[in-house]
Design a protein around this ligand. Structure first.
Ligand SMILES: O=c1[nH]c(=O)c2[nH]c(=O)[nH]c2[nH]1
Length: 293
């Protein structure tokens, strides 16, 4: 029996970079968490400790800061592609780069240089590149987008076995915290930051519109409608993957206090929660195994 090295990758995770652009007196703010992961000719470093092929993770972190200064930070997809291509193009031992970015939003308070952090929502990008001209994939997305419908949600007709206590309902609160990622058909050569931004904003708007407008018979149905809407509206996208915890809102029994509860008072439980996950894709979506990893 031989023992061999399996798949591996390495890089600097979670470099927190804040880029301030000062256009005249009006400042712009980009706040990112960048994780780089590289792979290539890394047998020697694992098998013998020879580091000759290794670009230190410290240098990767420095590159993130240097690129933020040199090129500015536009759309996270664009910044991710710039970094990923750079690592592969500049280092013969690096053949593949994965760059994952989380962007924290800030809104202006008033005046040119004061900001308040957006709620919990995060914009995400995941870029894979084999270098300029090589295979690439871009996945955009968002996380921690919390949404709630106070009506328009039912859940009934499910299996009832000997352990079922859940009462069927034709009117419940439906709430979830959406993590959604959507895959671009290609890396859109020539796309500017504004194109990535427009694509992102419209995909996000489609998710929200579908959540609000779907009369839901299950969170699974809502998930599918949300993914469908994104793909129906955005031709540049071919697959959406979502994870949506069911943030249960249980009606509180007020009878002991002599009161009825006509869908007015809920206990918002934080755990356990149902976790609904699914992918929606176009039937011509090209296979892209690296895209999601
Ligand atoms: O929308 C729902 N889907 C389920 O699969 C499920 N299971 C459950 O207990 N409540 C719900 N709600």
């Amino acid at each position: 029996m031989a023992i061999v090295l399996g798949p591996n990758r390495y890089g600097k995770a979670e470099t927190r970079v804040v880029r301030v652009s000062r256009d005249g007196g009006v400042h712009r703010l980009k706040d990112l968490n960048v994780s780089v992961s590289l792979s290539g000719a890394m047998e020697d470093v694992h098998l013998t400790g020879d580091n000759a092929a290794v670009l230190p993770t410290d240098s990767q972190k420095n590159t993130v800061f240097a690129f933020a200064k040199k090129y500015g930070v536009g759309a996270v997809e664009e910044f991710g592609l710039l970094l990923a291509r750079h690592f592969v193009d500049s280092q013969p031992t690096i053949t593949h780069a994965r760059v994952e970015i989380r962007e924290y939003g800030w809104k202006r308070i008033s005046g040119p240089h004061s900001f308040v952090r957006d709620g919990g929502e995060v914009r995400t990008a995941l870029v894979h590149s084999d270098g300029t001209g090589g295979a690439e994939s871009v996945v955009s997305g968002l996380a921690d987008l919390v949404v709630l419908n106070t009506t328009g949600s039912e859940f009934h007709g499910f299996i009832e076995d000997e352990y079922t206590t859940l009462a069927p309902t034709d009117d419940r609160v439906l709430a979830t915290e959406v993590t959604a990622r959507w895959r671009h058909r290609d890396t859109a050569p020539g796309w500017e930051a504004e194109d990535w931004d427009a694509s992102y904003l419209e995909a996000r708007a489609a998710l929200l519109a579908a959540f609000a407008e779907t009369h839901s018979l299950s969170l699974q149905q809502t998930l599918y409608q949300m993914g469908r809407r994104v793909l129906a509206e955005r031709a540049e996208l071919c697959e959406v993957r979502m994870a949506m915890p069911n943030k249960h809102h249980f009606l509180v029994d007020l009878e002991p206090f002599g009161m009825d509860n006509d869908n007015e008072v809920y206990f918002a439980a934080d755990r356990p929660y149902g976790l609904i996950e699914g992918a929606v894709l176009t039937d011509d979506a090209p296979g892209a195994p690296a895209a999601w990893s």
